[in-house]
Each structure stands twice: as structure tokens, then as C-alpha cells.
Design a protein around this ligand. Structure first.
Ligand code: ZN
Length: 214
């Protein structure tokens, strides 16, 4: 399912994916949030203050594309980031944001390349993530980040928030979740390899695999 046309199925998939990410420790406590875009253009998001491990299908928030709350519990305070990604990427139908440990650790390193925070260490990273711009630190819920997030998302489906974690959009929730897991694994490899001479993919090898989807 890429368009999330059936709301009941979309709610079930959102909760299933949230639980899967949480139970595998890809985010912790009440961090991380997921959303899907429905066929009517509204967004279903995980609510504020909820744990991805216990969120229920009936607990989801609905907003419009400006992030305005329409029904359900209050959305995550990072809802503006989700809305910015959907406005920037008409083909995106899902957004996943995590505080996954290794990607969050990389986001705290000094001297990151703001245009691309991780090297293309593996083919799957080059295929599913590609380049990873770093957005400067903002306090959680500080919506002054919104214009920059929207501009950056026009050319990139994945970004890393400094001292925070990744945000990844996809044509489907499965695709967005797959890509953010690949990002987390590459962040882990990158940290494991620090201090070792490393051969990332060449620019040509990475370009040949660059993602073309939303
Ligand atoms: Zn966050």
C-alpha cells in the first residue's frame, strides 16, 4: 500500500510499525513520531506524549497540511516537521522521526558536513538514504525550523536534526521505516569505524544507486 487510501488499514499499519520500531529499541520513552498521508490529504500522526510502544489505533491525531489539529488527541509537537515534508514532497505518503541511538550520536558530533552528515558506507544506504543534510539545532517543538525543513525536504527525503535525530519520508510507511533503519545502521557502522581507515563508496558508485523515489 503506498497511497494509504484505506484509513482503517493506515491506522493499523501505523500502530504496527510504531510498536515494531519501539520494541526493537529504535526509539525510547515517548520519543519518535510517525505519520501517514491519507487519500483525502489529511495526515494521521502519533499523538504528543505517547510511547510508540503503546499507542493505539484509536489514539491517533489528525491534522491538515499546515499542521492544524483537526481531530483526535493533540498531535506530536514535531507535527510541523511532518507537515513540512508532505508539502515539500507531493509523492511522500509517510514520515518517520526517531531518536535512534546511533543516528542521534552522529548528530552530536562536531565538524559534521552540513550538506551530508554520513558517508555512503554501504550500497543499501546509498539506495535508501542517499545524501543526508544536517539541520541546525532547534529546541524540540521550535517551529522556526519549519521553513528550512520544508526547503531542504524538496531535494532530500532524509535529514538529520542536529543533537536530535533523523526524519525520513517515503512513498509508503514501509519504505520510510526501511530507510530510517538503514540510516540508523549506517550511523552505527560509521561510529564503529571511527579511527579506522575506511573506504566509502565512490561518488560514482553512490550516484549509480541514488534513490529516485519520494
Ligand atoms: Zn524528536
Amino acid at each position: 500500500m503506498s497511497a494509504h487510501t484505506d484509513e482503517k488499514a493506515a491506522r493499523a499499519l501505523l500502530v504496527r510499525t510504531a510498536r515494531s520500531l519501539f520494541t526493537r529499541s529504535l526509539t525510547h520513552g515517548s520519543t519518535g513520531n510517525l505519520s501517514v498521508r491519507l487519500a483525502d490529504g489529511t495526515l494521521l500522526l502519533t499523538p504528543t506524549g505517547s510511547s510508540l510502544g503503546t499507542v493505539e489505533e484509536t489514539d491517533l491525531s489528525r491534522t491538515d497540511l499546515t499542521g492544524r489539529h483537526l481531530d483526535g488527541p493533540r498531535p506530536t509537537k514535531e507535527a510541523f516537521l511532518h507537515a513540512a515534508f508532505y508539502r515539500a514532497r507531493p509523492t511522500a505518503h509517510a514520515v518517520v522521526h526517531l531518536h535512534s541511538t546511533h543516528a542521534a550520536a552522529v548528530s552530536c558530533l562536531a565538524d559534521l558536513n552540513p550538506a551530508d552528515a554520513l558517508p555512503p558506507l554501504t550500497a543499501y544506504y546509498a539506495m535508501r538514504v542517499g545524501t543526508l543534510p544536517l539541520l541546525p539545532y532547534h529546541a524540540p517543538g521550535d517551529s522556526s525550523l519549519e521553513p528550512l525543513a520544508e526547503r531542504t525536504a524538496r531535494d532530500h527525503h532524509a535529514v538529520l536534526l542536529a543533537n536530535h535525530g533523523p526524519v525520513v519520508a517515503g512513498a509508503s510507511l514501509e519504505q520510510a521505516a526501511d530507510a530510517i533503519e538503514e540510516l540508523e545502521e549506517t550511523a552505527k557502522l560509521h561510529l564503529l569505524l571511527r579511527g579506522h581507515a575506511t573506504r566509502p563508496l565512490t561518488p560514482e558508485q553512490a550516484a549509480a544507486l541514488a534513490p529516485t523515489f519520494s
